[in-house]
Design a protein. Structure first.
Length: 365
């Protein structure tokens, strides 16, 4: 059990993840809970052991792990824990957790339910269609939604017919690193932090890389993230002859050494982004960001100021990356602007306060 403050005057909130992997959602909300002094957070997952559990334990706490229970024992265990811990709000992330808790909390009417929606569910993929069906027909079982982009709020309003007063936009917050490498000392290293899957656009990005390497000498590309494509990206790296230029580092929970070395951050996601934590982390280390102009990303990047927004159908987008890399002063200035933006708009402290406000509003309704 993770208890961050024992004061009985504070709200007791269970953050329940569907997964125990350590993606942006899990990392952002868990770090937020660690530093909260105003809400008593408990952290749990419906999954079995995973990297997220390691993060929780590394900070001196014990996660509630429900993945080893069958369905009946899972429901009973959750019910008993919610009652025992006097949970005021269950804050769920993931479709599985959201669907299960809607019906479980019918039997605990005093406990409120918040659904955290961490991506923009606007496409025709099975996941997004399923999400919209559940939200449209079972929204009456949810007391509030927390989303991390304005575009996601618009999707919920227009396609799920959810009351706008029940949706709270809270951007992710990140820790502000005090020790970063001078820009002039960084190698020409282009970083991407994202799990390897179709949505993240790695295969398409490799085709651009094969063009960039001919135009920028001594360049290196670094990929960090969990491999969900069974080695396909690594096979394409070999097929395209990029072994000398692209390094796949696998999954790492501590990313600081990669951000400190990076001169540019590229997130090649094709769809489904809300507020990518990796973009904010890159900015915090004074690393400019290049990404496609999709979903919630334009809410984070000021084009030509702290990064570049590329049109997803622009076949010559790689030329803009090359031009930026060849402009050292502009690149450095962009990085400084990004770091200032994090300090003023996307701190972990602001994320904590905004969550406290949302929880209090849900409890007062």
């Amino acid at each position: 059990m993770v208890e961050f403050n024992q004061s009985t005057s504070m709200s007791n909130v269970l953050i329940l993840f569907s997964s125990s992997q350590l993606g942006g959602t899990e990392k952002s909300l868990t770090n937020m809970a660690f530093v909260s002094d105003d809400v008593n957070y408990t952290l749990g997952t419906l999954d079995s052991e995973g990297p997220w559990c390691d993060l929780v334990r590394a900070n001196g706490f014990s996660p509630m792990v429900y993945g080893n229970h069958n369905f009946i024992s899972l429901v009973i265990k959750l019910y008993r824990d919610i009652k025992r811990l006097n949970i005021d709000v269950v804050y769920v992330c993931g479709l599985r957790a959201s669907f299960l808790l809607r019906f479980l909390l019918i039997f605990i009417p005093k406990t409120k339910l918040i659904h955290g929606v961490r991506w923009n569910p606007s496409t025709n993929t099975l996941l997004d269609k399923s999400f919209r069906i559940v939200e449209t027909f079972f929204s009456w079982l949810v007391d509030g939604w927390i989303v991390n982009s304005k575009v996601t709020k618009t999707t919920l309003l227009n396609r799920c017919k959810i009351n706008k007063n029940d949706i709270y936009v809270i951007y992710n917050g990140v820790k502000f690193p005090s020790n970063i490498s001078p820009f002039s000392e960084r190698p020409i290293e282009i970083l991407t932090v994202a799990n390897l899957n179709k949505r993240k656009g790695y295969i398409e990005y490799l085709k651009d890389i094969s063009k960039i390497i001919d135009l920028v000498p001594n360049i290196k590309f670094v990929f960090v993230g969990r491999d969900d494509m069974n080695g396909l990206v690594q096979k394409k790296i070999i097929e395209y002859g990029l072994n000398k230029y692209v390094s796949y580092e696998g999954f790492h929970s501590d990313l600081s050494k990669y951000y400190k070395r990076a001169r540019l951050f590229v997130l090649p996601s094709l769809w489904g982004e809300g507020c990518p934590t990796s973009i904010l982390e890159a900015f915090s280390y004074s690393v400019p960001v290049v990404a496609y102009n999709i979903d919630g990303i334009p809410e984070l990047i000021n084009n030509d100021q702290d990064g570049l927004l590329l049109d997803i159908d622009d076949d010559n987008g790689f030329e803009k990356i090359v031009k930026l890399l060849n402009s050292h002063n502009n690149l450095s200035l962009m990085g400084e602007r990004g770091r200032k933006k994090i300090k003023s708009e996307f701190t972990i402290e602001s994320c904590v306060m905004n969550h406290k406000t949302a929880v209090n509003k849900v409890l007062s309704n």
